[in-house]
Write a protein that binds this ligand. Structure first.
Ligand code: FAD
Ligand code: SF4
Length: 343
C-alpha cells in the first residue's frame, strides 16, 4: 500500500501532498479548518518580494487538484497510533484511516498578545497585533480607534518571543522582517504617517531582507528606536501613550501614537502541541522534535512518522516549502523500502 496521511493543509502539507501524489502515492490530506491555508488567508503581501499572498494561495490550492489526493477539510485529527507496520489516524468524529506513513504539518499559531497585559491588547482599541494590521493593509483600511487615518504608528518587536516572562526564550525569526515589510506597506498607503519601530535587535537574516531594511529608511523614512516598550495606556483623546527606554541613548522616553502594533511571535499550534505529546515527539516549547537537526530533520523517533514545516520551529514560507519537499523524498524512500521488504 502506498498511502500517506498528511495532517494540516498549510503550505507544508500541500507541497508535500503534491510531490507525493506525483510519485503515485495516495495522499489523505486532513485540515481542521473549513479552508486550506488557514494561516495565509488574512495576509496581504509576502516578504521578501511583496508578492500578493492570494497568488500563492491560488497556486498552492491548484496543486491539490490531483486524483491521488483526497482532501478532508473541517476534519481535525485528534489521535495517531501505530497499527502493526501501519498507522491509524483518527479524527475528532472517531473515523479512522489506515496508512503506511504519516506526515505531521500541523503548523503554528500566534502568541496571544492578551498575555502581555501591560501592553493593553484587548483593552485599548489602538493596540493591535501584526495579524490585525495585515488585515487592515489587505483591505486598505488602516484606521485608528476613532476610524481616522493614523498620523503615527509604532511597532513593537519580540512580543511573546525572546521573553522569559512569556515562557518563550526563542526568536520567532519572521517578525523583524514582517515589521519592516508592514512599515513599508503602511508608508505606501499612507505616506504622511510617521512610522517607528522599537526593536531589541533587527534580525535581517534572509536574502534581500537587509536591502528591504535599508530601503525602509532611505526611501520610506521609517524610524528605528532600539528599546523595549514597558507599558501602554490610553490618553484622554483615545491615543496610546507608551513608556519605553531608548537603550542606545540610555534615556527613558514617553510617546503618544494612534496605533501600537504588537509583532506577535510564532508558537506551536494547538494541534502540534497535542499530537507531538501523544506521539512522544514533543520538543522544546511544544514544537515537534526531529531525530537529528542536521541529517534526519524530517524523521522522528517513530518509524513511519515524519514532520515538516513550522510544526518544528518558526520558519517562513520558503523554508517551509523546502522542508516539505525534503520530507517527501524521505517518505518515498521509506515507502519504497517497506514495499521491498514485503516482497
Ligand atoms: C504575522 C505573520 C506574517 C507572516 N508573513 C509571512 C511572509 O510574508 N512571508 C513568509 O515567507 N512567511 C510569512 N509568515 C510565516 C508563514 O505563515 C509560515 O511560514 C507558514 O504558514 C508555515 O506553513 P506550515 O504549513 O508549516 O503551517 P501552517 O500555515 O500553520 O499550516 C498548518 C495547518 O495545519 C492545520 N492543523 C493544525 N492542527 C491540525 C489537526 N490536528 N488536524 C488537522 N489540521 C490541523 C491548521 O489549521 C493549518 O491550516 C508569516 C507569519 C506571521 C505570523
Ligand atoms: S524575529 Fe525579530 S521581532 Fe521576532 S523574535 Fe526575533 S528578534 Fe524579535
Amino acid at each position: 500500500m502506498k498511502k500517506v496521511a498528511i495532517i494540516g493543509a498549510g503550505p507544508a502539507g500541500i507541497e508535500a501532498a503534491s510531490i507525493l501524489a506525483n510519485q503515485q502515492v495516495e495522499v489523505l490530506l486532513f485540515e481542521k479548518s473549513l479552508n486550506t491555508l488557514s494561516n495565509m488567508l488574512d495576509k496581504a503581501y509576502l516578504f521578501p518580494d511583496f508578492s500578493p499572498a492570494n497568488d500563492l494561495v491560488d497556486k498552492l490550492n491548484k496543486k491539490l487538484l490531483h486524483q491521488q489526493i483526497t482532501l478532508f477539510t473541517g476534519t481535525e485529527i485528534t489521535d495517531v497510533k501505530k497499527d502493526g507496520k501501519e498507522w491509524k489516524v483518527i479524527d475528532a468524529k472517531g473515523m479512522s484511516y489506515i496508512v503506511s506513513a504519516v506526515l505531521l504539518t500541523s503548523g503554528y499559531s500566534v502568541f496571544d498578545a492578551k498575555r502581555k497585559e501591560e501592553l493593553g491588547y484587548g483593552i485599548y482599541n489602538g493596540v493591535i497585533t501584526s495579524i490585525d494590521l495585515e488585515k487592515m493593509i489587505k483591505y486598505n483600511q488602516i484606521e485608528n480607534s476613532m476610524g481616522d487615518k493614523p498620523k503615527r504608528i509604532v511597532f513593537l518587536q519580540c512580543v511573546g518571543s525572546r521573553d522569559e516572562k512569556s515562557g518563550n526564550n526563542y526568536c520567532s525569526k519572521i517578525c523583524c522582517v514582517t515589521a519592516v515589510k508592514q512599515a513599508i506597506e503602511v508608508k505606501k498607503l499612507l505616506p504622511d504617517t510617521d512610522v517607528y519601530i522599537f526593536y531589541m535587535d533587527l534580525r535581517m537574516w534572509g536574502q534581500s531582507f537587509e536591502e528591504m531594511y535599508r530601503e525602509s529608511q532611505e526611501k520610506y523614512d521609517v524610524s528605528y528606536v532600539r528599546g523595549r516598550i514597558s507599558e501602554a495606556a490610553s490618553t484622554f483623546d483615545k491615543k496610546i501613550q507608551i513608556k519605553a527606554e531608548d537603550t542606545l541613548l540610555g534615556v527613558p522616553l514617553k510617546m503618544t501614537t494612534d496605533l501600537l502594533v504588537l509583532m506577535v511571535g510564532m508558537e506551536a499550534s494547538c494541534g502540534t502541541k497535542t499530537l507531538a505529546e501523544t506521539l512522544h515527539i514533543k520538543g522544546e516549547y511544544g514544537f515537534a522534535k526531529s531525530l537529528n537537526c542536521h541529517l534526519q530533520d524530517n524523521e522522528t523517533t517513530q518509524q513511519g512518522l515524519f514532520i515538516a514545516g513550522s510544526c518544528k520551529r518558526p520558519m517562513g514560507i520558503n523554508e517551509t516549502l523546502a522542508d516539505a519537499r525534503s520530507a517527501s523524498v524521505i517518505i518515498m524512500d521509506y515507502i519504497n523500502a517497506m514495499q521491498e521488504n514485503d516482497k
